[in-house]
Design a protein around this ligand. Structure first.
Ligand code: NAG
Length: 250
């Protein structure tokens, strides 16, 4: 190869490099945009994306949801002070999508799904729970079977500083139920007595619904808020046009 050919090749690779990067799509390959907002396509496309999406997208600043970490969470209850820390939540990758509604014109988005989740970590608790005086700390494991959730999001359309369109979140609300069962494995509920610890733990499991309703909401709020903020980051990173093949309504 003579020098001209070398220069040509180098230039050509630069041009190709910049061309490809300039037009590179940002959405990961597991995003399969729908051509219409039909329930069938939206459910499938969301279901396809979940197992990969929950791993996070470090390049785009989107954090992992499975596992996700709860560094420290104080659960305020009347008469009982529970702190949960070094928690690790797993299971989102296997969530089953039950329904997705995307009303582009009304700027409204609904996602319904159910999942089995496991939360593992450490806890301490001092005070009274139901009838029992609690004074414990140790390992905690909570399993939720078929937790059902519906997230209702009002969206808007924004342009970033390059003039590219994005979905954005205006506000959201959600509802959920604890599903088929919540099981608790809380070690050392009473530092003084192993026997009493086991008795109370059995009682908590027999009354899982009451217990979950009593102290589950802050954990669920925390998880939903994190998931929503993750989706928000994803929307800000990936252009609207790469998520759905339907123009933004006027
Ligand atoms: C959750 O676990 C239960 C019992 O092990 C199983 O029947 C159910 O299909 C699971 N649900 C999901 C969403 O994986």
């Amino acid at each position: 190869m003579n020098i001209h050919a070398v220069v040509y090749c180098v230039l050509l690779s630069f041009v190709l490099f910049f061309f490809r990067n300039g037009y590179a799509k940002l959405a990961p390959d597991y995003i399969h945009p729908c051509d219409a907002t039909t329930r069938e396509c939206l459910v499938k496309s969301t279901q396809d994306a979940i197992p990969e999406f929950v791993k996070g997208i470090p390049d785009l600043g989107v954090p992992s949801l499975d596992p996700f970490v709860i560094e420290k969470l104080a659960i305020p209850l009347s008469g009982l002070k529970v702190t949960f820390y070094q928690g690790k939540v797993t299971g989102f990758r296997k969530c089953v999508v039950d329904n997705v509604i995307s009303e582009l014109e009304k700027r409204h988005f609904v996602l319904e799904f159910h999942c089995n989740l496991t939360i593992k970590g450490q806890y301490d608790a001092v005070g009274r729970l139901l009838l029992f005086p609690i004074n414990g700390e140790g390992d905690a494991k909570i399993k939720l079977t078929n937790l059902r959730m519906k997230v209702d999001i009002n969206t808007k359309y924004i342009k970033d500083d390059k003039g590219v369109n994005h979905f954005a979140l205006k506000n959201y609300k959600y509802s959920f139920d604890y599903g088929d069962r919540v099981s608790f494995d809380l070690q050392n509920l009473f530092k003084e007595s192993k026997e009493l610890s086991e008795t109370v733990l059995n009682f908590l499991n027999e009354n899982w619904k009451t217990v979950a309703e009593e102290f589950g909401k802050p954990i669920v709020d925390y998880a939903v808020d994190l998931a929503i903020r993750t989706i928000e980051k994803f929307f800000l990173a990936v252009p609207y046009e790469e998520l759905i093949n339907v123009p933004i309504p006027k």
